[in-house]
Design a protein around this ligand. Structure first.
Ligand code: HEM
Length: 233
């Protein structure tokens, strides 16, 4: 990011070029997309096993038995991959006082009256909700998943425990898919957000408009020489 960024004016152009702000390192983006692909594959293979009407989805994974074998392994990939995201982002997702105000004004969020919202840091309350609910859901999914992974853990639990685990696993999966839909919808709905996870940067205007406190912090931290670009997380 150019260090000449005038945060008070919300400059979006510097020396004739649009100002961009680094938001994600390449490592964070690869980590994110591995997580995203795993969740999509898990949802498809899980739904294939969930209801006979959706059994045709097993065709994507080479048939019923293969789907049953592959599904838990993709779950293991999702677990470790999300754990990587968790380590990277948990701090930025801690609840702050302005998040409560942002949430109380959710009507203004939905009607795009951003001038009435408080300045927020790297993530807003909605993103923090997605982050923490996914963290909890993935723990529930892996724990219940292991209980019903008979190929390796058959002897460790009783049939009663397995019955409860199947029920909780399916319910957690439905909630996780819903949270994922909200996450993707929000990423598309807030114009200019997708490029954060594809190119790693956002425009200065986007940062000023949606995460002004974060932008102010970056500008305050950035070195005062012209070559300086603010490191992404
Ligand atoms: C195809 C599906 C997905 C798309 C298009 C997508 C898109 C995005 C975008 C654009 C961002 C950047 C938001 C910002 O910086 O303001 C982001 C952040 C993030 N995404 Fe995704 N994502 C997808 C799937 C997932 C899945 C499946 C998970 C987790 C299970 C996930 C977890 C996260 C996390 C943790 C962040 C950082 C935000 C935070 O920590 O609050 N994403 N995603």
């Amino acid at each position: 990011m150019s260090t000449q960024y005038d945060v008070e004016k919300g400059d979006s152009v510097h020396s004739g070029k649009p100002v961009t702000v680094d938001r994600y390192t390449a490592g964070a983006r690869v980590n994110h997309w591995i997580t995203a692909v795993s969740l999509v594959l898990l949802a498809l293979s899980g739904l294939a096993l969930f209801h006979p009407d959706l059994f045709f989805l097993t065709g994507l994974f080479g048939g019923g038995p293969l789907t049953r074998i592959i599904h838990p392994w993709i779950g293991v990939v999702l677990f470790f991959s999300f754990f990587g995201l968790f380590l990277r982002f948990w701090r930025a997702n801690l609840w702050k006082r302005e998040d409560g105000t942002w949430l109380a004004r959710i009507r203004d969020v939905l009607t795009a009256h951003e001038d009435r919202l408080p300045e927020v840091g790297k993530y807003n309350a909605g993103q923090k909700f997605v982050f923490w609910s996914m963290s909890l859901l993935i723990i529930v999914l892996i724990t219940t998943g292991i209980i019903i992974w008979d190929q390796y853990f058959f002897d460790l639990t009783t049939i009663e425990q397995k019955r409860w685990a199947v029920l909780i696993h399916s319910m957690a999966a439905i909630v996780a898919i819903s949270v994922w839909i909200i996450h993707v919808y929000a990423a598309i709905w807030v114009r200019g957000t997708i490029r954060a996870m594809t190119r790693g940067s956002v425009t200065g205007g986007w940062a000023w408009r949606h995460h002004r406190k974060w932008l102010r912090e970056l500008v305050a931290k950035s070195p005062k020489d012209k070559s300086g670009s603010t490191p992404a997380e």
